[in-house]
Design a protein around this ligand. Sequence first.
Ligand code: ARG
Length: 396
Amino acid sequence: MKEKVVLAYSGGLDTSVIIKWLTKRGYDVIAYMADVGQGCDFEAYRRRAIATGASKVFVDDLKKEFVEDFVFRALKANAVYESGYLLATALSRPLIANGLVKVAQAQKASYVAHGCTGKGNDQVRFEVTIRSLDPRLKIMAPVREWEMKTRSEEIDYAKKNNIPIDASKKKPYSLDVNLWGISIESGKLEDPYYEPDENIYQLTKGVKDSAAEPVYVEIEFKEGVPVKLNGKWMSGVDLILRLSKIAGNAGVGRSDIIENRLVGIKSREVYESPAGWTLLEAHKGLESLVLDRELAHYKEAVALKYAELIYYGLWYTPLREALDKFIDYTQKRVNGVVRLKLHKGTCRVVGRKSPNSLYREELATYEEGDKFDQSLAKGFIELWGLPYKGSYKNKA
Ligand code: ARG
């Protein structure tokens, strides 16, 4: 009996070549495809996997789980890596790895395989997750070990072995796509001074082509989760898809950063996440109305840690779960409506309201009806500054 390997299959060149490479080495390859909203033709890829030598193909629709259990947790945390990355790719990896492990267990496979290179973060995310879920599974990462060094060598291998691919030798960029966003790397982007061509962007319009007039959107949150768009209830998946169109049309959602990878290298990354950045602004805008100062400030530090955990592949860990408990507690108050104005790549909160608002107009106002007793300020300042009274007197 042949040993079974369940492969995380994307339908692209690398993982197609892996199917062949493993079957040639005597393995029974089962292809696993997770649908996280990449919008590809799964049926065509199913046929391709079989034509390449896979014995079975599983297509797993994980869109709802991805949004509800991963993306919205990151949103509640306001997780952003290095100020520019909403973690779309990073969030999908533990979920895909989880699906891969389940299929491997059901199929009684002793191996799982992925198509990540040895230079990226994704290999870490996949393997840390697989090991934490089922340490008995053996992991294969053919791209890290095989003799093919370049894309063009892989294409030659594919041609020689009649692997159906649609890749050309010149592939300008590497793309990873899901519901939360797109990650674009390599090719000309490897020069950090090079400004990306307009045509690399898939979801967002540039300043010139984006809508001439500002567009307003209204988002309602329930316990930190967006539930309505422009007054209409919708599922998380639908809300992201619709908002992505609206925000992308207004040119909102691009970022272009030099990023510190987990494996120590810096890389140039271009991201698009039109719904993501809009929801993040909206969520932060609502939190500013309903969270008290100390909690809000502390939560900003948690956001950084949470983003790191996601980026570092540490989703299935006690710290992430503990932080989720903290975050969920803070989100009980995060109910209300935020109005945003999107225009030519900018996205600004222009209004917010909530039944849990801590804003008190009678305290803030400089107009009639002021209830703030200004005489109290004098004593407060005296005590606040007491430890430092005179402490700088003799300093230059
Ligand atoms: N740098 C990003 C990350 O590490 C994007 C990775 C894109 N992955 C890919 N296989 N193309 O999350």
